[in-house]
Write a protein that binds this ligand. Sequence first.
Ligand code: SF4
Length: 480
Amino acid sequence: MIRIAFASLGCKTNQYETDALAEWFRRHGFSVVDDRDKAEVYVLNTCTVTAEAERKARQLFRRYRKLNEQALIVACGCYAQRADLSDMADIAVGTFGRSEIHALILDALIMRGALSADYCTAFMDVVAERAEVQSILGKFIPYEELPAPAISSETRAFLKVQDGCDHRCAYCAISLARGPSRSRSLPNILKEAQELVAHGFSEFVLTGTNLNLYGSDFLRRRGAGTDGELSSPEFSGLSVNSVASGDLSDVIIALNRIEGIRRLRLGSLEAGLMTQEFIDKIVDVESLCPSFHLSLQSGSDRILHAMRRRDTRDSYRDAVARIRKAFPGAGITTDLIVGFPGETRDDFEETLSFCDEIGFLRIHVFRFSSRPGTLAHKMPHQVPSEVVAERSEILRAKAAQLAEDAIRERLGQTRDVLIETFDERGRAEGYTPEYIFVKGHSRRANCLQEAYGVELPEQGSIVPMRIVDIEEQTAIAEII
Ligand code: SF4
């Protein structure tokens, strides 16, 4: 059996795509192995968000070549879209054409005589010759469906619903790598969701490059006809046409109707989506978790403007206020970049004070990474790396303090937690609906388990837990 290994760098959308590709090969007689092991084929879904991500990719390609000199190495994703990786990989497919990767790999293996004749006959129709990184800028490209569902190894499933971005934030290489925004049709989203429920997933995370833009391209396509009807009875009253001019709320409402989906989470958003009208549409969606990752990037209006972001402190603050009114106790998390060109100490102080004001539950801190081809790459007043490092440490400390404050506010409260794993002490680990990480133990179950071997809750089950303590930004809870 041919061994194939997959790895993914970067975002959840990349992880989703890698899981879907791996699932096709799993279903077609390949042995999917860990990329630290020897394999005949290695597939790396690359990232270009920072110089570090690109360095990691090159390091991994070298490692695969060392593990198996004869291996077929495949590069795809954002870095492969923006750079010539032909010196490191045998096949390079950028951010468009991944739906053909399985065909390209079969072709290459046939050319190498690595596939049996029977296998070839069985899959002749899948084989494709040509492999190229297509330029995707300025082109209208449809959403690309992948050849299999993304069966994640985790307890929650990622469900990709959108790709690309029409914006040009000054520091961002993603929109340059992934091209214009395109939305996945609702029937295809629902079909995959039902297949993932059948695989036992009950929590779903909607992911994309910029979820705010879901549906924005439908109007463009409307002239080109729809993607078929939402025939199945439980979606009655929802026609593609109504969705074809809709937004992310239509996807959320439709997914909520699927039996077996107990929790819906939204991937990264921008505050601009959180209008009162949008919130009114989703506030009664039972399965929707009250956790909103609203990417901010800076707490200084001057820097937000220089970044070409669409938010201001005021618009962001108002969006958070609307969310908290509709979803009391909601978890607000965010991304912040430190060291953007021109960022002064005052700008940074504004970011710190804004973090206190909003009271973020979790902050992902990124050091500015100058990306070729972006506006910020050529901007003057690049911040010295030691200053960036210092500010990054200060902001991480702030993030830790705010995370603990958020837990402290909830001491004594009970939350439903989806059990994902168990730690070395046998404590159940998972997240609350507002996205607080919890380690839960059951005093009673522990003694009963010791005494009578009573089972602790299973992985994948959702159990009530009372938050009783804090341990390094982690809530310690008792399983009720
Ligand atoms: S919104 Fe900005 S940061 Fe996000 S993908 Fe688009 S261009 Fe990049």
